[in-house]
Design a protein around this ligand. Structure first.
Ligand code: UT7
Length: 329
């Protein structure tokens, strides 16, 4: 007697993408009423002109549900067709139930596998790698991968070194079977020795009513790691998919800082024809949501088109990273 194992599709692909942004627009002038800074400094250091925050009546669940609904519709599927929901978030106020289970309920999914993952700004690319493996191994046919953040609720407005950075939004993709290779190898890993470089406060600490646990970051240290080590990993994610730089169409790095993106571009030596995501300018850093939101924006604007090759790379608290080369939905 031997145990039967599951068998999946030969290949997986991103079938669709959907996004939802906080509807409150906070420009740098408004930000500078909260912290001692200037529009000029924020734009020069990061590229950010304005960020999107959840307005009254919006939260992680409403944003995540809206993004998921769009992605499922664009895939030509019904919520009941989704076998597994993976939500990457560091903005869920409850340890349990998972945000994945709550969003699955809002969408009326009957019985999907539902799980949250905590890989911060790399979480979406972690989720894509996991969903790709699940579809090819046969443990799911259609996987909804979501990045959902409401980081404005975790922002310490007495800390001017981080307060201007963050935005609120959700991005979703559906990953399913494919006739052709469409998701390259996921290159992922971590530097656990740097686990204290970006943190969210211990939730057990008592706080005044309504005050969230706050994000803390050693910005310069992350900056250095991202522009040296991570840039090399992005190159590996391209090489391992067998795509020469001159055949890459689109580069979608985590939207942490335009200067990090510029530095990665120099390192990667990509041709000038490559379309580069700059969604941070109007969105801020939305952690796990930043890559799918940037992908949706490029497709919606026509700057990128379905079937093009795109290199994605996420990096952040852990410190963790993940990236892969994909065909755009
Ligand atoms: O998403 C997860 C991954 N996160 C990242 O990848 C973030 C990586 N880090 C960064 O993007 C950058 O480090 C920041 C944008 C966070 C900060 O930019 P920076 O160029 O590294 O600034 P800094 O911390 O080195 O500060 C430079 C100067 C300091 O003044 P001195 O010491 O040179 O006199 C700061 O006090 O700028 C000062 N400063 C500010 N000035 C005006 C710090 N924050 C501000 C501010 N406005 N908001």
């Amino acid at each position: 007697m031997s145990i039967q194992t599951s068998q999946g599709a030969q290949f997986a692909r991103i079938m669709s993408v959907g996004g939802s942004r906080g509807s409150r627009v906070v420009d740098n002038a408004e930000m500078c009423t909260m912290i001692d800074s200037s529009d000029e400094w924020i734009q020069q250091r990061t590229g950010i002109k304005e960020r999107r925050w959840a307005a009254d009546g919006e939260d992680a669940i409403t944003l995540g549900t809206a993004a998921a609904r769009t992605a499922i519709e664009r895939a030509g599927l019904q919520p009941a067709d989704i076998d597994a929901v993976l939500v990457s978030t560091v903005s869920h106020f409850m340890q349990t139930p998972s945000m994945a289970a709550i969003i699955a309920d809002k969408l009326g999914m009957p019985e999907p596998a539902a799980i949250d993952l905590s890989a911060a700004c790399a979480g979406f690319c972690y989720g894509v790698g996991m969903a790709d493996s699940m579809v090819r191994a046969g443990s799911a046919t259609h996987v909804l991968v979501l990045g959902v953040e409401v980081l404005s609720k975790y922002t310490d407005f007495t800390d001017r070194s981080t307060a201007f950075l963050f935005g609120d939004g959700a991005g979703a993709v559906v990953i399913g079977p494919s006739d052709v290779p469409a998701i390259g190898p996921t290159l992922w890993g971590s530097d656990p020795t740097q686990h204290e470089v970006i943190t969210i406060d211990d939730w057990r600490e008592e706080r005044p009513h309504g005050e969230g646990p706050f994000i803390h970051m050693e910005g310069r240290q992350v900056f250095k790691w991202a522009t040296t080590f991570i840039a090399g990993k992005a190159r590996e994610a391209l090489d391992s998919a067998g795509i020469p730089p001159e055949e890459l169409d689109v580069f979608i790095p985590h939207q942490a800082n335009n200067r990090i993106t510029d530095s990665m571009l120099r390192h990667l030596k990509l041709p000038a024809s490559v379309v580069v995501a700059r969604d941070i300018v109007g969105m801020g850093n939305s952690s796990a949501a930043s890559v799918p939101l940037a992908m949706e924006a490029l497709l919606d604007s026509g700057d990128a088109t379905s079937g093009q090759t795109a290199l994605m790379i996420g990096f952040g608290a852990g410190l963790v990273y993940a990236g892969q080369t994909v065909l755009l939905p």
